[in-house]
Design a protein around this ligand. Structure first.
Ligand SMILES: [Zn+2]
Ligand SMILES: [Zn+2]
Length: 255
């Protein structure tokens, strides 16, 4: 199994997970042309995709999903709540497969374990992927952790974990008060310290990759996210990856 990011942050998110002959796109917050360009950088094309999974209806995750799916006849997997909240603007009608937010399902060589998360969307989920040998947990939009989130993420071989903001930078920054409250709230986004606390509660003994994701460009710095994560793991800061808004991160393999 291997995975890579096409970009991560409030201006768009997309990640690819590949196992055997199956390659899934997780979220599609970029337009079809940009996605094709970004896939090309990873040696992929839209035709190589087995389908698209969508975590929730926020535009940085769903903006290009229906267009890309319609153009390349790809299936889209999402919860009913996400479909209801995002279909109004989709215009085109690709094949949508509704998922139960707590029920694992299989797409080709990938086993997909969705789990519900506290976030200000209709029925948001995040995912753990497995090829039967390794588990990859991806959490990009999470206001606060829950015991269930921790049960899903513990013992993973790779984690992509939201480190949205530094609490101090957010409070000192220029966002309007209501936006600051939303981001910092229990249904908003994880700050570095909350992500570190979540990580500290997990079994990380199998962890081969840890990547901080969905960093705010105004309210966080890669170095702050890295040092918060490295302190928990007791590893070198450079070992912790950071997903970039424009370039994501390149292939990471689980061996
Ligand atoms: Zn987001
Ligand atoms: Zn969101």
């Amino acid at each position: 199994m291997r995975f890579a990011s096409l970009g991560s942050g409030s201006r768009g998110n997309a990640l690819v997970v590949e196992a055997g002959a199956t390659c899934l796109l997780l979220d599609c917050g970029f337009g079809p042309r940009e996605i094709a360009f970004k896939l090309d950088r990873l040696g992929l094309s839209p035709e190589a995709l087995s389908g698209i999974l969508v975590t929730h209806e926020h535009s940085d995750h769903v903006a290009g999903a229906f267009k890309l799916a319609a153009r390349h006849r790809l299936a889209v997997w999402m919860t009913h709540g996400t479909l209801m909240a995002s279909s109004a603007g989709c215009g085109e009608s690709p094949r949508v497969e509704l998922i139960d937010g707590q029920q694992p399902f299989q797409v080709g060589d990938l086993e997909i374990h969705p789990f519900p998360v506290p976030h200000d969307a209709r029925e948001p989920v995040q995912f753990v992927f497995s090829d039967g040998r390794h588990r990859l947990g991806v959490v990009t939009d999470l206001g606060s952790s829950t015991p269930h989130v921790e049960r899903m993420l513990t013992g993973c071989d790779a984690l992509v974990l939201e480190c949205n903001h530094d609490a101090g930078m957010l409070q000192r920054g220029g966002y309007p008060p209501h936006l600051k409250r939303r981001i910092a709230g229990r249904f908003g986004h994880l700050d570095n310290a909350a992500a570190a606390a979540l990580l500290a509660g997990l079994d990380t003994s199998r962890l081969q990759h840890l990547i901080a994701a969905h960093l705010s460009q105004q309210n966080n710095l890669p170095a702050l996210a890295r040092s918060a994560m490295a302190e928990v793991l007791g590893c070198a800061e450079q070992w912790v990856g950071v997903a970039d808004q424009d370039t994501g991160f390149s292939w990471r393999a689980l061996i």
